[in-house]
Design a protein around this ligand. Structure first.
Ligand SMILES: *Cc1c(COP(=O)(O)O)cnc(C)c1O
Length: 425
């Protein structure tokens, strides 16, 4: 018999009535530290011989429920929640890279990730090579003996384009590299990258997973499939760790060694931990993830169809549209819907874009996606402003581009607001 379905896991995975009080909702364990039974117990926790709580930077019972839930929804072996999506990316690469090494990333990414990889990571001497998201061969062309991983987004920011995950996984595995997929825009409700060859999934839980625009969080999901000991390229996993009496993490923890490495080395020593309160809010948000994502996607499709027929709109890029160039990939990877986020171009270009954004009333003008509310941004003047013009266009954030994150309001109200703003633009 198959296990519980996605909708059931979204509510129950990882959670039980609280053993101390019977509380049915997962309590917020707002504590920094946990009392040891005795000295031997403390020693075995510190030595990784036994699992248990020591200090909230390393584990916490509220975080643990969220970790089990996300791992179950993605089909992974284990996960680690973090303070933000960017923190998750930092810890993933810290486990894989040494100074002077490289990874290959899709050129179409969240603007903040382009900055993190291209600038902040340089100070660790971790070097990104950019590849064309629609050409698996361009990923392969950038691989050399210093390459440690490939990184893509399943549905890519800001344009909502869907990548051919299986083709890129095939390139990664031919070169014995793990494929890391940022699944923030799709969520596991729409797409499960681990089923298509990804080895590690990361999220900004800040977006659709939490879903209500009220808390920051991130997660690293271990797919459990990658052989970290095939050669000596991943010493953090395959070599004895001096911090833990010579334990070899892959040997000791097997198919969840990557999640353990990110926790007991990365999180322990770098420290970007999520608060128990934010973990609780995100956990509550995830209970309604299937309902919200279906509604987000259904609303977005209706809005995209409406805009496409509007005479002030030059183009609409949404993989849910039947004639979109990405529609085949959508049917393969995200058959239930193409998500909430897409871009369109106004015939009036930059000026019309600015006027339009300012005329909207129901939509909030801000730098976020994945709220219950409908959101709008003009990437060229905001999220992608720091990029050079050619980088902007390459990232799908040219001057005429408006990005929408369609909320779960009644769709006729969303469309009415867009129409009145288009009339003014
Ligand atoms: C927001 C976002 C991130 C970064 O996450 P934070 O929680 O803001 O740190 C990474 N990837 C994608 C696709 C995002 O939308």
């Amino acid at each position: 018999m198959d296990g519980p379905k996605f909708e059931t896991l979204a509510i129950h995975a990882g959670a039980q009535p609280d053993p101390a009080t019977g509380a049915r909702a997962t309590p917020i364990y707002q504590t920094t530290s946990f009392v040891f039974d005795d000295v031997d117990h403390a020693a075995s926790l510190f030595g990784l011989q036994q699992f248990g709580n020591i200090y909230t930077r390393i584990t916490n019972p509220t975080q643990a429920v969220l970790e089990e839930r996300v791992a179950a929804l993605e089909g992974g072996t284990a996960s680690l929640v973090t303070a933000s999506g960017h923190a998750a990316q930092l810890l993933v690469f810290q486990a894989l890279m040494r100074p002077g090494e490289e990874f290959v990333a899709s050129r179409k990414l969240y603007g903040g990730s382009i900055n993190q990889f291209g600038h902040a990571f340089k100070s660790f001497d971790w070097n990104v090579k950019w590849a064309d998201p629609f050409d698996p061969g361009s990923f392969e062309a950038q691989i050399n003996d210093k390459t440690k991983a490939i990184f893509i987004e399943s549905i890519a920011n800001p344009g909502g384009v869907i990548l051919d995950i299986e083709a890129i996984a095939e390139v990664a595995h031919r070169h014995k590299l793990p494929l890391i997929v940022d699944n923030t825009m799709a969520t596991p409700y729409l797409c499960k990258p681990l089923e298509h060859g990804a080895d590690i999934v990361v999220h900004s839980l800040t977006k659709f997973m939490g879903g209500h625009g009220n808390s920051m969080g991130g997660v690293i999901v271990d797919g459990g499939s990658f052989d970290w000991s095939a050669d000596d390229r991943y010493p953090m996993l395959s070599e004895p760790r001096p911090e833990y009496n010579g334990i070899v993490l892959h040997e000791t923890f097997g198919n969840f060694a990557f999640a353990i490495a990110c926790r007991v080395l990365g999180m322990r020593d770098l420290g970007p931990v999520i608060s128990p309160f934010n973990a609780f809010l995100i956990l509550t948000g995830i209970e309604t993830l299937p309902l919200r994502m279906q509604r987000h996607s259904d609303n977005a499709l209706k809005v995209a169809e409406h805009l496409k027929a509007h005479d002030k709109v030059a183009w609409v890029s949404y993989a849910g549209l039947a004639d979109d160039p990405g529609h085949d990939r959508m049917q393969k990877y995200c058959p239930k819907g193409a998500g909430a986020v897409f871009t369109f171009g106004l015939k009036g270009g930059y000026e019309a874009g600015v006027k339009f954004v300012e005329a909207l009333e129901l939509f909030s003008h801000l730098a976020n996606i994945g709220d219950t509310r409908s959101l709008v941004i003009h990437p060229a003047s905001t999220t992608h402003r720091q990029l050079a013009d050619d980088q902007k266009t390459a990232a799908g954030a040219g001057p005429d581009v408006v990005r929408l994150s369609i909320g779960i309001e009644e769709v006729s109200d969303i469309i009415a607001d867009l129409d009145q703003a288009l009339a003014q633009a």
